[in-house]
Structure formats: structure tokens, C-alpha cells
Design a protein around this ligand. Structure first.
Ligand code: ZN
Length: 317
């Protein structure tokens, strides 16, 4: 039977100041803002989507920037690190760039074969990495302020800390079509598709404190499925395991189901389409505030409630 899950779709995190968030991810890191909308469950808060040129699954990092938010805490039962894929030859470039923008980073470390990793955090303390490697064939994206050949290509992997890895591993392998593809000490790497952008690392971290939701933490990870038909098949498999998936919800750019895995991380399964060009031209993604049609009648009130933001790539050469 064909796999129902193809890999990682997106990661969603909680942030503070929306302008700082935009400057960091689009400016310093050079991701494309592919959609500026609001949290569909709380429309007085933005929802920013960053990604590659088209916002393809495996590249999409999204934020709810609340303005003011209590800081969370990394720990077990949480996705603590989101890693981006960059070419091995860009190691010096990125070390210089992070230094230039006063982003403190740890010295490069080798992880698995042919992977050099540097860890850093955003303004809110969200755990991030650049993984330098030569096995990613995606082309990356640039606004022009970062050379295309140095640019981020999308995610490389994510890192989830768990009390024990077995229960989460069982959901990944039995319900979500993942396979164990590598392991090293307390790190177990799973993937539905064995390519950068789709690696899910489970770290056994029984001695760490439990993670607490708040600014600088991940809210959920979404896995990709082809369409609503395969999504419903996953939903049935998840329900059979007594994980109480939600009904299929319309998220405008995809449809989604959500459930919590036994270790505590909120999982989502999202469809590949229709994608971000459904309500604005591909060449102008992210430039204006987009609302789903059910919020359009409240546009004026919503625009009044959120803080205006602007982005100019030229300021981040
Ligand atoms: Zn989501």
C-alpha cells in the first residue's frame, strides 16, 4: 500500500513581537514570507508562514506572534529544535552572518555522517539549527539579499525530546508511515521519505524537565499527506489507536487533523494542497494581509487589532 504520509509539512511556533519575528526569519535567515494571515482560532493574532519560494511542505515554519507572551521552556514532551538545510560550502558565510546580526551560536558539531550543525535561537528563544550538508537537491530561495547558493533550502530535521522514545516511535512507524533510518547514542532518526526536510529525530531525554508551552516553543508539527482522501485514511488509523483525532478542519491553504502523541507533542496531518497561491498571485505571496472568506466581513476590525508590520530585504544585506 502506498504511504499515506510523505514527510514533514510544517512546524508552528509561538512568538512575541511580530516585526522582530519578520525581521529575523525573512531578513536575517532569508526565508520567504509566503503568507500573512491571522490565527483562524484567534483572529486578533497574526499567523505568519515562512518557507521556500512556493512554501512547499518540508520548508514551512509558521508563527503566532502574540506581541506579549510569557516565555516557555524547552524540555521533554516538546519539539525543541527546528533545523534548516544549507550547503556545506556556506558554513563560513552563515557563521559571519549570524555574528553580524548578534545571533549567538554554538560552534559547529558533527552529528551523523557529513552533517555539520550549528545551534542558535531566535529572539524568543526558539531552538534552531543550520545543518550543513551536500545531499539536499532543493534549490532554496532568495529575496536577493542572501546569495541563492548560500540560502536555506527548507527544513533538514526536527528534534523532539521524550521521556522514552518507544511510544512516539510506535505512532510514527505504525500510524504515520515513518521508518527508523539512523541512530546514535540517545538520538533516533525517523523519516517517511529519506531526504532532507523530512527527518524526525527523537531524543531520549528522561532527565530533562518537562517542556512548558509559551514564547519560543513549538506549538505543533504537521506531517504531509497527499489529499483529503489519504488524510481521512490516516484519521481512521489514528482513531483506531485511541488518539482522538479532530475532524478534518479547513485551514484555507490545506486541510488538517490534529491529535496529541503519547509523549505530549501535538501532531497535525495536513494536505499538500491547495497551497499558498490559492488566494494571491505566486509572485506576491505574503505581501498583503489575507483572510479566509468567513473573516472578510470582519476585516476592518481585525486590521485594527493587529500591529502593522513591514519588510524590506535591502535592510538585511
Ligand atoms: Zn499547523
Amino acid at each position: 500500500m502506498a504511504a499515506l504520509i510523505t514527510g514533514i509539512h510544517h512546524i508552528t511556533a509561538l512568538a512575541g513581537d511580530p516585526q522582530k519575528n519578520l525581521d529575523f526569519y525573512a531578513g536575517v535567515l532569508g526565508l520567504r514570507l509566503v503568507k500573512k494571515t491571522v490565527n483562524f482560532d484567534a483572529p486578533d493574532v497574526y499567523h505568519f508562514y515562512y518557507g521556500d519560494e512556493d512554501g512547499l511542505p518540508g520548508s514551512i515554519l509558521t508563527f503566532f506572534p502574540y506581541g506579549n507572551i510569557m516565555k516557555g521552556r524547552h524540555g521533554k514532551g516538546m519539539l525543541n529544535t527546528t533545523s534548516f538545510s544549507v550547503p556545506m560550502s556556506s558554513l563560513n558565510y552563515w557563521q559571519k552572518r549570524l555574528t553580524k546580526y548578534n545571533v549567538h551560536f554554538k560552534q559547529p558539531q558533527e552529528r551523523f555522517d557529513s552533517e555539520a550543525v550549528i545551534y542558535f535561537e531566535d529572539e524568543d528563544g526558539l531552538g534552531l539549527e543550520l545543518v550543513f550538508n551536500d545531499k539536499d537537491e532543493r534549490k532554496g530561495f532568495s529575496y536577493g539579499h542572501i546569495p541563492l547558493e548560500k540560502s536555506i533550502k527548507g527544513f533538514y530535521n526536527v528534534e523532539i525530546w521524550e521521556e522514552g522514545y518507544e511510544r512516539t516511535a510506535a505512532i510514527l512507524t505504525e500510524q504515520l508511515d515513518h521508518k527508523l533510518i539512523a541512530e546514535k547514542s540517545n538520538r533516533f532518526r525517523f523519516a517517511a521519505t529519506d531526504t532532507p526536510g523530512n527527518y524526525v529525530d527523537i531524543l531520549c531525554a528522561p532527565d530533562s524537565l518537562k517542556g512548558l508551552s509559551g514564547g519560543g516553543t513549538v506549538h505543533h508539527i504537521a506531517f504531509a499527506t497527499a489529499d483529503e482522501k489519504t488524510q481521512e485514511e490516516v484519521r481512521i488509523k489514528v482513531a483506531q489507536r485511541m488518539l482522538n483525532p479532530t475532524p478534518i478542519l479547513d485551514r484555507q491553504y490545506f486541510t488538517s487533523i490534529y491529535f496529541r502523541e503519547p509523549g505530549g507533542v501535538l501532531f497535525e496531518v495536513a494536505t499538500a494542497g491547495p497551497g499558498f497561491a490559492v488566494d494571491e498571485d505566486k509572485t506576491h505571496l505574503g505581501e498583503t494581509l489575507k483572510l479566509p472568506e468567513w473573516y472578510e466581513p470582519r476585516r476592518e476590525m481585525i486590521e485594527h487589532a493587529i500591529i502593522p508590520v513591514s519588510f524590506n530585504a535591502d535592510k538585511f544585506e
